[in-house]
Design a protein around this ligand. Structure first.
Ligand SMILES: [Zn+2]
Length: 143
């Protein structure tokens, strides 16, 4: 796998990349860490040098986290309400901490999965044949 500006040129397995991203590892090698802080993606993999700064995650990780956590928590709230009819204070004491904990636990793996998806599908600047991006635009052709 040759490198071109820190971008690998070999074949990319979508399934393997998604698994590595969800495990918070570099989608290219699976060894280096994907984040250097809670949700800050490293510019380059510390292990293999793969450029990872091309990702465009924006609000997608938060959106998918809200969808997943909402479906889990609302289902549990309804099931517990129908089965036990607990007082409202007990609902609040149960579901608010669970919602917060689930969101914090799922946010990083979901962001890692989305970065890996972009890497595996050669989106944005992850394509080794693409020109270097300037902000959200491609660089003008050099003369
Ligand atoms: Zn790597």
């Amino acid at each position: 796998m040759q490198k071109q500006d820190g971008r690998s040129t070999g074949p990319r397995s979508l399934q393997q990349a998604l698994l590595r991203g969800a495990m918070l590892k570099c989608p290219a090698c699976g060894v280096g860490g994907l984040f250097h802080r809670y949700l800050k993606v490293v510019d380059q993999c510390p292990q293999c040098g793969e450029s990872l700064h091309h990702h465009r995650a924006d609000d997608a990780p938060a959106y998918f986290t809200i969808v997943i956590v909402g479906h889990v928590v609302v289902s549990l709230v309804l099931a517990v309400e129908i089965a036990y009819r607990p007082p409202l204070w007990l609902h609040a004491a149960l579901w608010m901490p669970l919602t917060l904990a689930l969101a914090l636990v799922l946010l990083a793996p979901i962001k890692g999965l989305l970065v890996a998806l972009q890497w595996a599908l050669l989106m944005h600047g992850f394509d080794p044949d693409a020109k270097e991006e300037i902000g959200d635009r491609l660089a003008p052709p050099s003369a």
